[in-house]
Design a protein around this ligand. Structure first.
Ligand code: NOJ
Length: 608
């Protein structure tokens, strides 16, 4: 049977208090003017440990799609040794952590998101020894390694599912979601239990002839959903998490977390209607459902409280410090996003992804301003995790570019990402302006949803192309045949070219990250929106007590714009500015009442 009561949950408290203790101890020593060398050392150590604990609060987390980052054995598929080879590059960029999309053994129907063994490395990416070496080498550069944790489903090749589907009385039967069909009889499989759909198209129920029941899969047929009402599933994942935490990972990004539970009533979901009352049809030709029974159901929060307690057991003041929990949280609004942080007594995610800001998909100043205000005021001072893209959505160029000013617009987005309060997810290749390059022919598509949904949905290959290291035909990614073609844009958009160009997008990202890490107002200062009626330029101030204010102005138009931040009720006092960063070749700005911005120009200045 699928539905069993949730087991009584333990309430474990984290050890977050330690950071404060260490800082208090450090402050006490400073106040006492201690000079003994041994105490000086321990003060420095305490401060360092406090920094290690807080590392995730102003962090740059770089997402790597390992298949596409760097190949070292010529098979055309990236590997762990390839990532290790590029650690100096990542260090120079200034990242604090790398998040690897899944590298566990997998039949690769969903390129790693269909896991057949959670405690090993897929041979195409390397070995556990390679993984340990990567973690150790990353540590030497102060970079943490974050794993992807897929708890909603496994591969149908995972031993648990092989057992589960083998007989109705197998001990693993109840680890997955099995149901009889509607109107099922001894000879007829009937209809799927309800109208629920896979996010990857068509019914979410698959008939399994061996035991004559349907199983539920929110994603591909080969990704059966685990039954999170079964406490054994929960226990298994705690052990998996501990396995990787013991290996020194810096945390996890929890995949598809809002789809862990389904409504036990198994009632149909509502169909979304257009303004004329007709069903909206999605890219797969199915009616669009409202997700009311399969998304964001109660239960997720309890699970995440427990996972957080587990991760907190491993958090120490030493590297990697806090073991951070990131959520794949496409929430409908800021209120729902806030819940993902949990409460002070029962914390959940440190950093649930804030897709409110990043997925606006149009260059609308008013909309961005409002979403950034929401992140500042509606999350109870939690740290927002901003992002603009990832391996599932088209890159920045395709969603915000105009085809003429793409690099300038990418600079604009990078500025919002890295000069706002919070932590940032940077998707590999965005720092050089890699372009979304979808396949042109159905027969070239690798991502199955691109085959199911062609041509409306071309799949996600376009944002997963090989990293562009140089201008060679294989972009320095491989010596073999790359698993996805190298985009033609690699001729000009590549690391080698951009590293030596002071005006490149890479130079912009590097400079922004340096500011984020060194300017006190950027390290911890609040975001305060300025010039609130302006529909062309987004301006904000970063302010931390006792340190100079910093203003950031971003022009969302292709025209020259001049901003006067002394105007209006909330206007600032007329002051000089010291330029910290501005768009290459941009006009000069020296005062707060006349900030001059070229097309899609950016200006960052310290108030004098
Ligand atoms: C979200 C992942 O980011 C995506 O790539 C994957 O296909 C689904 N979850 C299913 O695991």
């Amino acid at each position: 049977m699928w539905i069993v009561p949730i087991a009584a949950r333990r309430m474990l408290k984290g050890i977050a208090g330690c950071a404060a203790c260490l800082m208090l101890a450090a402050a006490a020593m400073r106040a006492g003017g201690q000079t003994a060398p041994v105490e000086k050392t321990s003060t420095a150590q305490s401060a360092k440990q406090a920094r290690q604990l807080d590392w995730w609060k102003n962090a740059v987390i770089y997402e790597i799609y390992p298949r596409s980052f760097q190949d070292t054995n010529g098979d055309g598929i990236g590997d762990l040794n390839g990532i290790a080879k590029r650690l100096d590059y990542l260090k120079a960029l200034g990242v604090d952590a790398i998040w690897l999309t899944p590298v566990y053994p997998s039949p690769d129907v969903d390129f790693g998101y269909d896991i057949s063994n959670y405690i090993d490395i897929d041979p195409q990416y390397g070995t556990l020894a390679d993984f340990d070496r990567l973690v150790a080498n990353a540590k030497k550069r102060n970079i943490r390694v974050i794993m992807d944790m897929v708890m909603n489903h496994t591969s149908d090749q995972h031993e648990w599912f092989i057992q589960s589907r083998s007989s109705r009385d197998n001990p693993y039967r109840d680890w997955y979601c099995w149901q009889d069909g509607k109107g099922q009889t001894a000879t007829d499989k009937g209809q799927p239990p309800n109208n629920w759909q896979s996010l990857f198209g068509h019914s979410a129920w698959r008939w399994d002839q061996t035991t004559r029941q349907y199983y539920y899969h929110k994603f591909y047929v080969q990704q059966p959903d685990l039954n999170w009402h079964n406490p054994a599933v929960n226990d298994a994942f705690k052990q998996i998490i501990a396995f990787w935490l013991k290996r020194g990972v810096g945390g996890f990004r929890f995949d598809a977390i809002t789809t862990l539970f389904e409504d036990p009533s198994l009632a149909d979901e509502g169909v979304r209607l257009d303004k004329d009352g007709n069903p909206i049809i999605n890219a797969y030709g199915d009616p669009q459902l409202d997700g009311s029974k399969t998304d964001n159901q109660p239960g997720v929060h309890e699970v995440m409280e427990e996972m957080r307690a587990e991760a907190d057991k491993f958090t120490t003041g030493d590297f990697p410090g806090t073991r951070v929990l990131i959520g794949e949280t496409y929430m409908p609004n800021i209120g729902e996003l806030k819940k993902m942080y949990g409460t002070p007594d029962k914390p959940e995610f440190h950093l649930p992804m804030d897709t409110q800001v990043g997925m606006i998909d149009k260059l609308d100043v008013t909309e961005f301003r409002q979403r950034l205000i929401d992140a500042e005021t509606h999350l109870s001072s939690h740290i927002p995790l901003l992002l603009f893209d990832n391996h599932d959505v088209r890159r920045i160029d395709a969603r915000y570019g105009d085809g003429v000013h793409d690099v300038d617009i990418q600079r604009v987005m990078a500025t919002i990402l890295l000069a706002s309060r919070g932590s940032a997810l940077v998707y590999y290749g965005d720092e050089i302006g890699m372009k979304t390059t979808p396949p042109e022919r159905k027969e070239d598509v690798k991502d199955p949803i691109g085959i199911i949904g062609w041509p409306t949905e071309k799949g996600r290959d376009g944002e997963r192309t090989p990293m562009q290291w140089d201008a060679n035909s294989k972009a320095g990614f491989t010596t073999g045949t790359p698993w996805l073609p190298v985009p033609p844009s690699a001729k000009t958009i590549n690391v080698r070219a951009e590293k030596i160009d002071p005006d490149s997008l890479f130079a912009w990202y590097t400079a922004l990250i340096r500011l984020k890490k060194t300017v006190p107002a950027f390290e911890s200062g609040a975001n305060m929106m300025l010039d609130p009626e302006n529909t062309k330029v987004l301006s904000w101030m970063r302010q931390a007590t006792g340190t100079p204010q910093v203003i950031v102005c971003v022009n969302f138009t292709a025209n020259l714009e001049i901003v006067d931040l002394t105007l209006g009720e909330a206007g600032m006092r007329a002051r000089e500015l010291k330029t910290l960063l501005k768009t290459p070749g941009g006009p000069d700005t020296e005062a707060i009442n006349r900030i001059v911005l070229g097309p899609y120009g950016v200006y960052i200045g310290e108030v004098q």
